[in-house]
Design a protein around this ligand. Structure first.
Ligand SMILES: Cc1cc2nc3c(=O)[nH]c(=O)nc-3n(C[C@H](O)[C@H](O)[C@H](O)COP(=O)(O)O)c2cc1C
Length: 314
């Protein structure tokens, strides 16, 4: 059973990708994650200049969900450039550089610093809910704003493939995706965290997170991820590859996101909870299921739900 795919000209040995923001930003950590079975790596969100995150506590975790208000801390471009530069020297699996900013020209500046390092792709984070207080609504909440960021970054990255990371916290994610596709997005990452949400400590009667609210991730968000992926796939006529992300812990979770339209599978909270061994476990689960079902090529499953619905309605 073949788990490998070429996506926007990039070769992935298997569909799993480390999601942004999980496991820091060092080259040695990324190499370790690759060795343990990830098909690709996404960096945490990188800014054009140093950015302070939120105070502790920033993360709450249960078996069913995770709330985080890490606040996208970043030591600044020099550190990121050093680590990406080192990783790209031997480059065991593709690297996707995730960038973020509060203003459109700052997105372009963040991309400019990374282009010379030769990442395999960019991911543009227009969707982080827990920095909303600093910048107003995320760009991902408005089709014209999302399109403006997309066009500005595409102008800088040129032929390097660019995924735009979308928010589930919108009325019509398909409309946002379509606007970004028209503005030059090559693919999408669907979804960033849901919410924000809140958890309260019973004794102190206070929100547990210092930031009060945080983005929701983990098993609880998988059905939302599936719906958003299906909507983006339909709105873009299946023409833009999707890194489906949200609540993947098993091979069957990954296959479900693929049937909705994902080509690659981002894994975040499961890595935070179970370690990087989860990549090999998810791949083994996909292999097992596909072998039993007589499926030779994982790519044949992408968008399978849409094809099945169409054939039943024909
Ligand atoms: C602790 C934590 C930090 C995150 N940091 C980032 C980030 O820096 N940039 C980003 O685009 N997404 C970030 N995310 C969102 C994840 O990349 C992912 O989209 C989301 O958690 C859903 O996937 P999951 O359910 O597999 O965790 C973060 C998520 C968590 C839990």
């Amino acid at each position: 059973m073949n788990l490998s795919q070429t996506v926007l000209g990039i070769e992935f040995g298997n569909p799993t990708v480390l999601a942004s923001g999980i496991l820091g930003i060092t080259s040695s950590t990324w190499k370790d994650v690759a060795k343990k079975g990830a098909g690709g790596i996404t960096t945490k969100s990188l800014w054009a200049k140093e950015h302070k995150g939120h105070p502790n506590p920033t993360i709450i975790e249960t078996e069913h969900w995770m709330l985080n208000a890490v606040g996208l801390p970043d030591a600044g471009p020099a550190k990121a450039q050093e680590e990406i530069g080192d990783y790209m020297k031997d480059h065991p699996v593709p690297l996707i550089a995730n960038i973020v900013a509060g203003q459109i020209d700052e997105f372009a500046k963040a991309a400019e610093g990374i282009v010379p390092l030769g990442p395999d792709a960019f991911e543009v984070n227009i969707s982080c809910p827990n920095v909303e207080d600093e910048f107003g609504k995320p760009f991902a909440c408005s089709a014209p704003d999302a399109a403006k960021v997309t066009a500005a970054v595409k102008k800088i990255v040129g032929d390097i493939p660019m995924f735009v990371k979308l928010s589930p916290n919108v009325d019509n994610i398909g409309e946002i995706a379509k606007a970004c596709q028209e503005a030059g997005a090559d693919g999408f990452t669907v979804i960033n965290t849901v919410g924000p949400g809140m958890a309260i400590d019973l004794r102190s009667r206070m929100p547990i997170l210092a930031n009060k609210v945080g983005g929701l991730s983990g098993p609880a968000i998988k059905p939302i991820a599936v719906k958003c992926i299906a909507d983006v796939y339909a709105a873009t006529d299946g023409k833009c590859p999707i890194i489906g992300t949200g609540g993947v812990y098993t091979g069957e979770d990954a296959l479900e996101l693929m049937l909705a339209g994902a080509t690659l599978i981002g894994i975040g909270s499961a890595v935070a909870r179970h370690g990087a061994e989860v990549f090999a476990d998810v791949c083994e689960g996909m292999q097992y299921w596909c072998t039993n079902e007589g499926i030779d090529n994982i790519a044949d499953l992408v968008g399978g739900m849409h094809k099945e619905l169409a054939s039943r309605n024909a």
